[in-house]
Design a protein around this ligand. Structure first.
Ligand code: KIV
Ligand code: ZN
Length: 506
């Protein structure tokens, strides 16, 4: 294989990533992520599945009109309606791609599609042909390829390329493969499909066994030139191949892979933070590359080694993935320029207006808290920039009374438009439960709490508290996030954020 192959990074955060329960995003949020992905340098952005909902259609359309660097891709099943709809959304893109998929494994053929092999090949060819009427960049995915009989997979892939597919993507839809096997699937295609050199081979791995990155890299070693991945590895069930891990492995182990990508790696941490803040899906502390502890050295022996020579215990530079060099502390005497500087170092591009809003909030926080750390600044910016600007309900005030020997009492006042509504609740096991009841009395929105977490954004007892909440409403999951120096207030804000998302979805 030639040296320094260029690997195409196909990001599907906005499509497969959005399929994580509760991670649905509104149009503004999707546009913000699409812009961040373009700044990160991804080659292809899969912006959505246009037939799936009017929201998906609109998002793909807007992203197609707005982003002109990356190729914009829309997903479609192999049928005319899906493909026509995908094109309708993509038609204004500078570089459009239609991605058609059809399941090929025996299990899917028999139980889901009730189609035989002949019919599958015919349908795949028809799908690719129809998509090619609209644009010359067409990707075909045999869904559940990793569990498809090898002979049949070769046959379908050959037919799709013959029909004109420019990329053939090999998904491990259910995350069943192991690296050796994924490598063999790709090697078999390279070996046995006569027209394989006419298309780019891509790989799309799910993480059910925690092997999505390893499987994707095994595919690359055997001839795949495109990796489909998501920021923070979010996605259906256990998620997809994590973009940051795949990209940093290719870069750090260039000696093995001899491949390069177009990713500006210094944007990895800011992009990870943005996606986490918008989706409400926290990044675990020990997550490779972008987790808070990814470069934290605790053991004395390691710290000693690091002081003598960084590479004793560090294989990547934190700054290379976008961690700020130092955690500078700001305080109430810090000015707008210092804040702007810090925000830039943390990877945020703030407009003048945004900086002013963030600065006002920073000053309010500095009155309550002596030292302001990077984590506080990120929390303020995320809250100010990624809140819901058209939120139906806002918090006016709350009152909580809680004692160990008495039922809690919560009085909540919310605003909707010009109207202020107050409710009291003494139901529930504690103040949070009582706050749920009071909120339900006012808004009429019934939710079941599925998960609730509170954590501090930085160190110290006066640190900003971040609350995140996952609720279920009419069978769908919604997330909410709130930030305050007061944890109860952060929780009420997180609940309201989720309720506002429900209102928006309606
Ligand atoms: O996992 C999968 O098979 C998919 C396809 C639509 C590519 O997401
Ligand atoms: Zn998938």
């Amino acid at each position: 294989m030639s040296e320094n192959r260029r690997i195409i990074i196909f990001d599907t955060t906005l499509r497969d990533g959005e399929q994580s329960p509760g991670a649905s995003m509104n149009l503004r949020e999707k546009l913000e992520i699409a812009q961040a992905l373009d700044d990160l340098g991804v080659d292809v952005i899969e912006a959505g599945f246009p037939i799936a909902s009017p929201g998906d259609f609109e998002a793909v359309g807007e992203i197609a009109q707005t982003i002109h660097g990356a190729t914009i891709c829309g997903l479609a099943r192999c049928n005319d309606r899906d493909i026509d709809r995908a094109w309708e959304a993509l038609k204004n893109a500078s570089h459009p791609r239609i991605h058609v998929f059809l399941a090929t494994s025996a299990i899917h053929r028999e139980f889901k599609l009730k189609m035989n092999q002949e019919e599958i090949v015919e349908r795949a060819v028809a799908g690719v042909t129809r998509a090619l009427n609209y644009c010359d960049d067409v990707e075909f995915s045999p869904e559940d390829a990793a569990r498809t009989e090898r002979d049949f997979l070769c046959r379908v892939v050959e037919a799709a390329i013959d029909a004109g597919a420019t990329t053939v993507n090999i998904p491990d839809t259910v995350g069943y493969a192991i690296p050796e096997q994924m490598g063999q699937v790709i090697a078999t295609l390279v070996d046995r499909v006569p027209n394989i050199d006419k298309a780019v081979i891509s790989v799309h791995c799910h993480n059910d066994l925690g092997l999505a990155v390893a499987n994707s890299l095994a595919a690359v070693q055997n001839g795949a030139s495109q990796i489909e991945c998501t920021i923070n590895g979010i996605g259906e069930r256990a998620g997809n191949c994590s973009l940051e891990e795949a990209v940093m492995t290719l870069r750090t182990r260039h000696d093995v892979y001899q491949c390069e990508t177009g990713i500006t790696t210094q944007r990895l941490v800011p992009t990870s933070r943005l996606v986490s803040s918008i989706t409400g899906l926290h990044v675990q502390r020990n997550k490779a590359v972008v987790g808070r502890n990814a470069f934290a050295h605790e053991a004395g022996i390691h710290q000693d080694g690091m002081l003598k020579e960084r590479t004793t215990y560090e294989i990547m530079c934190p700054e290379d993935v976008g961690f700020a060099k130092t955690d500078l502390v700001l305080g109430k005497h810090s000015g707008r320029a210092a804040l702007a500087d810090r925000a830039r170092a943390l990877g945020y591009h703030l407009t003048g207006e945004q900086l002013q809003t963030v600065f006002d909030e920073f000053k309010r926080l500095a009155d309550k808290k002596k030292e302001i750390y990077d984590g506080d600044i990120s929390a303020i910016i995320d809250q100010q920039l990624h809140g819901l600007p058209d939120a139906e309900w806002t918090l006016v005030n709350y009152h909580v009374q809680s004692r160990s020997d008495q039922a809690p009492l919560v009085r909540l006042t919310l605003r909707r438009g010009d109207e202020e509504l107050t409710a009291e609740s003494d139901r529930g096991d504690g103040p949070i439960d009582a706050a749920f009841w009071a909120c339900e009395k006012i808004t009429g929105v019934e939710v079941v709490c599925k998960d609730f977490q509170a954590r501090s954004a930085t160190i110290g007892r006066d640190a900003l508290g971040e609350a995140s909440i996952e609720v279920e409403h009419k069978g769908r999951t919604y997330r909410g996030r709130g930030v305050s120096t007061d944890t109860v207030e952060a929780t009420v804000l997180a609940l309201l954020n989720a309720v506002n998302r429900i209102a928006m979805a309606k």
